[in-house]
Design a protein around this ligand. Sequence first.
Ligand code: UD1
Ligand code: MG
Length: 462
Amino acid sequence: MSALNIIILAAGKGTRMVSTLPKVLHTVAGKPILQHVIDKARALLPQKIIVVYGFGGEHVKHAIAGDDLIWVEQAEQLGTGHAVQQALPYLTDQGQTLILLGDVPLLQVADCQQMLTQAASHLVVQTFIKQDPTGYGRIIRNATNEVTAIVEHKDANSEQRNIQEVNTGIMAMPNHYLKHWISLINNQNAQGEYYLTDIIGLSVQQQLPVYAHLVQDEWAVTGINSKQDLVNIERVAQQRQAQALLAQGVTLLDDQRIDIRGTLTCGKDVSIDINCVFIGDVTLEDGVSIGPHCVIQQAHIGKDTHIEAFSHINQASVGPASHIGPYARLRPGAQLASHTHIGNFVEIKNATIGNGSKVNHLSYVGDASVGADVNIGAGTITCNYDGANKHRTVIEDQVFVGSDTQLIAPVTVGRGATIAAGSTITKDVPADSLTLCRAREQRSITGWKRPQKVKPQSNKHQ
Ligand code: UD1
Ligand code: MG
């Protein structure tokens, strides 16, 4: 195939989004709309990708990564033809150009590939049969069904407005023709804009047939103009991701109630209950089950691990055969080895937990190294922060920490040590010992009475 150039038109304002964020930066499935288009463009292995930007330009450039992108500003939005004109100086002399719209995130790479087979020598326009074609450019065909023109809705007569075949906005053509045709278009039309669509008529005038590539999937040609469009596309994108998981053998308790805002990689026999949200790159190995209402972000969950309801995991990893939650919170830097148990209302941050260790109830373990086969009792807190600096707690293998213990870091608890419940540990604890740190005496006062509530005096006879 000859050299491929791709122009992405993304200069439109997107007024109907009613937002200060440029339209193409709103996200679908956790990724900016324009990023979807760029990723699909990259899949076509082009020589160049030129993005025409306008409104919110600097913001858009910063939000979208890629040294391979050529950014071209269209300071004033004078129409799609004018937008393409801005990109012309960057096109290769030979080869072909594919024009994409920056607000159509679900476009199909396969459709573009098919168009490109004809676009080495001809102009190819992508079309779609729209039940309600209002607002779209209509595809005009002659008696022998050849495409002769595109007429914009505002310029169309009533007969033309009945045509349901519309221009999706995606086109491909040889570069030398594109350069020539763009130099010939003008803005003498109902909107006073330079219409890219005028190149169809110019090709026909020059006896060069125009091909139409009719697309069946409506979502592949749907642009986003409003928050309603955005949520419609979001649901379709989510539905498709759920279908892909099901096809691959993942059990979803409800394919309508899962949200993947990034890349979710699943092994065999993974099961996901309702209303879970996966953000960024998440891997669930074979046999993992996720309970309802979990939020899991940038995480790796090992084989046969169960995450129970309402757990929140962010930038953390969990080893195999572990049991997390319900109501567990694993924060950045939590690294759990195999066969660990993290129970309800337990928060783990920047801490390693060794094989077979358990933190089952109401605890905070932060900036800590916890060895293997450790049992941390209910309500234990690693006091890692002195108000200015963070300090580490080290708990060696086979330690037993009694309930309601505070470990004032920096502190090390030696291997096999036991700490009695209710202790405040401020010094290192020797291995294989029992350490207690409580108020010295336990007193009982017999006959002591609880205070009684004093009834307010009634003043209704005053
Ligand atoms: C355009 C097509 C119409 C087609 C429809 C499909 C023209 C003249 N009309 O109409 O045939 O059915 O798309 O959605 O091409 N843009 C710029 N700079 C501009 C104007 C637009 O970059 O000066 C970009 C927009 O950001 C958008 C795309 O081009 O991504 C289409 O622009 P839009 O204003 O939506 O064109 P329509 O009038 O809807
Ligand atoms: Mg439009």
